[in-house]
Design a protein around this ligand. Structure first.
Ligand SMILES: [Zn+2]
Ligand SMILES: [Zn+2]
Ligand SMILES: [Zn+2]
Length: 749
């Protein structure tokens, strides 16, 4: 006889781990017990030595699909001659670091049940099991037990209870277990809160009105969504008008993978991501078609596509049998609604009808957005299905909060070696978004029982996140924006030693008070040095130039052409005023931003003069790139006093303008610009003497630029890193800020 005490940490709660262990113990004739601890699970196992060894091996090899083990340890224990193997009640006295799972898309088994007329869960929209269903969006506290979720309001019926208590059932300890007799239900209302129908009839009605061109608000997993028939141009235009969302592409939900393939190119990696338990919105290349409304994704080569991920969505799409636009249920930049009353109040002016239910959502969790880059998932918006999985560091980080940036904000909290990154919060431009930001910081501290002594924020003095951090009365560190981007990439990839970080994005406050964004930084843990950057240019009107990109066009063009020529060329705009602002240095901050250089070129070639959402002009420039062209412009590198380099772009602007005047296609100009950037990267890397190259910043959401840069550097012998699980855009800033604090701590010891 042998007896061991096993401690397993990681994602082992809410994934069917205990029943798996129970079944394995029975199979191997092992006695003892298992209990959920706050850090994972603890097992006491006794049996004959060979079986114990098999048990230790199989625990790791045959673990449930959604589980992951971050640490596995065991020690010999005294034999107590247990009579059976039992699952013991959770204790909640220990430290709360057990990993909380994201919400998981409905599994195949549950899907079969909801479409099987013989099954007791036939057409039941809240069907789930230990392998799938809501988690993060319904958990109020850990450990993960039904009493700590919003499902505690529903008392299990006898049948559900029997399943819940049977270790051989797929629903053994499935905390959100429910059925039509005891669980949540859907109801259907008009926008004046008049009840129209209930239960399955509610879903049928919702489908019927969507077909008729109406907009229906649906309470989903992590918040409300607004749905409309994707093939109905009029309905989509109405949705855009009412939501004040002019051109930013709308995501779609398709009834099936086969249906997706009718309208999009789908390779095997994209298919895998689309059908995964994370079930994000995946960007897929459009196929030419006349079915999907043009205003879904105007001037864009990609559609944002997802498959139904809850039983509710699956049933609705089965009834509808046609793709729908599915966008976040919010007013422009506000957080998504999660509460029924709040939704009626806020979305009443957008949606004609409401499909709601009575299971409470604890926190907003938007749909995640991802694409495939170099064969790997590449996160653009990280929320449902991914948050709050942590990034794990190699040393313990003292309790701290990272407040993130301003756009695409996320926050992070440290607990032991875990850095928990929040779900996407969004741009902190509105009072409501700032409210959500504060709420999530509070929420994370409670959930993980962390009392932070330190807060880390951006360097920008005017960000609301920085001001908030200042007022907390904790130790406060500020991290330069682009340096934080690089640290985020370093943290995700666990890069050791010095790296050359290439950080290209829209804007970030620099240590010299200028607006940075076209940066090559030498980064070594808690230190960085600016090695090269785009030569500064004035941004007339500051923030205004981000939307009115012709201002940047005027600024760039005026550095290579006479005033008269610029005024002539920009005759439709008030170039005179802009030239004056620049000349007199009025409200024209200096910038080295790569994002603005993209804007300026889009304007100069008259691709677009306005941008209605962040990155729009750059995206349009990428869309027209001729992937087969190897022609290029050339950036010049000018050595500055400190052995660093200024990147001279004037020659590029001059040639762009020359090409344009000579009737060269915009597609060719775009290719020449993109190829020049890839060349520039290689040139600077060669000068740097560094071998490890890290890429981050919003500009690298440009798939063409990112993939071509990776290939070029790899072919030249560099070790290249970029971001995939954590957004390369400002959604990754909070992780970078926390990583700074981690390095600071480590190096001070
Ligand atoms: Zn399931
Ligand atoms: Zn039931
Ligand atoms: Zn940024």
């Amino acid at each position: 006889m042998k007896s061991v005490r096993i401690n397993i940490h990681g994602t082992v709660q809410g994934v069917g781990f205990r029943p798996f262990v129970y079944r394995l113990a029975n199979e191997l004739n092992i006695k003892g017990w298992i209990v959920n601890s706050s850090e994972g699970v603890t097992i006491e196992a006794e049996g004959i030595e060979k079986n114990i060894n098999d048990f230790l091996l199989k625990l790791r090899e045959e673990k449930p699909v959604n589980s992951s083990i971050t640490s596995f340890s065991f020690i010999d224990s005294s034999v107590k001659y247990f009579q059976l193997f039992e699952i013991r009640q959770s204790s909640n006295s220990q430290k709360k670091t057990a990993l909380i799972l994201p919400d998981i898309a409905a599994c195949k088994d549950c899907e079969e049940e909801i479409f099987n007329p013989e099954d007791r869960r036939y057409l039941y929209p809240f069907t789930n099991c230990t392998n799938c269903g809501p988690r993060f969006s319904i958990i109020e506290a850990i450990p993960y037990d039904r009493a700590n979720t919003t499902m505690r309001e529903f008392e299990m019926c006898d049948k559900c209870k029997a399943e819940y208590e049977n270790p051989f059932d797929r629903r053994f300890h499935a905390e959100p277990i429910a059925c039509p007799d005891c669980g949540p239900q859907v109801t259907f209302y008009d926008n004046e809160k008049n009840l129209i129908s209930e239960r399955h009839e509610a879903i049928v009605k919702a489908a019927q009105f969507i077909r008729e061109g109406k907009i229906v608000a649906v309470k989903g997993l992590g918040g409300f969504q607004l749905l409309a028939d994707a093939s109905n141009e009029k309905a989509i235009k109405t949705l855009r008008e009412r939501k004040h969302r002019e051109e930013k592409p709308l995501a779609m939900m398709f009834p099936s993978l086969e249906n997706v393939k009718d309208f999009c190119e789908v390779n095997s990696e994209e298919e895998k991501l689309l059908c995964s338990a994370h079930a994000p919105i995946v960007l897929l290349r459009k196929k030419e078609n006349n079915f999907i409304a043009k205003s879904i994704a105007p001037e864009n080569n990609y559609y944002g596509v997802m498959l139904p991920y809850t039983p509710l969505h699956k049933i609705l799409l089965e009834v509808l049998d046609t793709p729908i636009a599915a966008t976040s249920g919010n007013i422009s930049d506000e957080p998504i609604c999660i509460d029924n009353d709040e939704a009626f109040e806020k979305l009443g002016g957008i949606a004609d009808y409401f499909l709601v239910h009575n299971r409470k959502i604890v926190r907003q969790v938007d749909d995640s957005v991802a694409r495939i880059v170099k064969g790997k998932p590449f996160m653009i918006r990280r929320a449902r299905g991914f948050a709050p999985y942590p990034v794990i560091t190699d040393s313990e980080v003292p309790p701290a909060i990272a407040a993130g940036g301003h756009l695409k904000n996320t926050v992070a909290i440290s607990s032991g070696k875990n850095i928990f990154i929040s779900q996407h919060i969004g741009d902190l431009d509105t009072k409501e978004a700032f409210g959500a930001f504060k709420k999530i910081i509070h929420d994370f501290q409670n959930l993980y029982a962390v009392k932070p002594g330190t807060v880390i924020s951006d360097l920008h003095p005017d960000y609301v996140s920085t001001k908030f951090a200042e007022k907390l009365g904790l130790n406060h560190f500020q991290v330069q924006h682009h340096y934080a981007h690089m640290l985020s990439c370093i943290a995700e990839n666990k890069i050791e030693g010095e790296v050359l970080g290439i950080c290209w994005d829209g804007t970030g406050f620099g240590t010299d008070g200028n607006i940075w964004g076209g940066e090559f930084l030498k980064v070594n843990e808690d230190k960085f040095e600016r090695f090269a950057h785009l030569k500064y240019f004035p941004l007339p009107g500051g923030e205004k130039a981000i939307n009115e990109i012709w201002r940047t066009g005027v600024s760039l063009l005026s550095s290579v052409q006479s005033k008269e020529e610029v005024k002539n060329y920009y005759s439709k705009h008030d170039a005179d005023t802009i030239l004056n602002l620049i000349e007199k240095k009025i409200n024209s901050p200096l910038t080295s931003s790569m994002g603005r250089l993209f804007d300026g070129i889009s304007s100069i070639i008259n691709l677009t003069q306005y941008s209605s959402y962040e990155g729009q002009a750059a995206m349009q420039l990428e869309n027209i790139v001729d992937v087969n062209s190897e022609e290029r412009y050339e950036f010049e590198l000018i050595k500055s006093q400190k052995n660093n380099f200024d990147i001279e772009w004037r020659n590029v602007i001059k040639e762009v303008f020359f090409d344009l005047k000579n009737g060269i296609l915009k597609e060719t100009i775009s290719s020449k610009f993109h190829n020049a950037l890839v060349d520039l990267i290689l040139k600077v890397c060669n000068l740097s003497g560094m071998q490890q190259i890290a890429l981050s910043g919003g500009c690298f959401q440009n798939k063409f630029l990112l993939e071509k840069s990776i290939d070029m550097l790899t072919n030249n012998g560099y070790k290249v890193y970029w971001q995939s699980e954590i957004p390369i855009n400002d959604g990754g800033i909070s992780l970078g800020q926390m990583m700074y604090y981690n390095f600071l701590n480590k190096n001070r010891k």
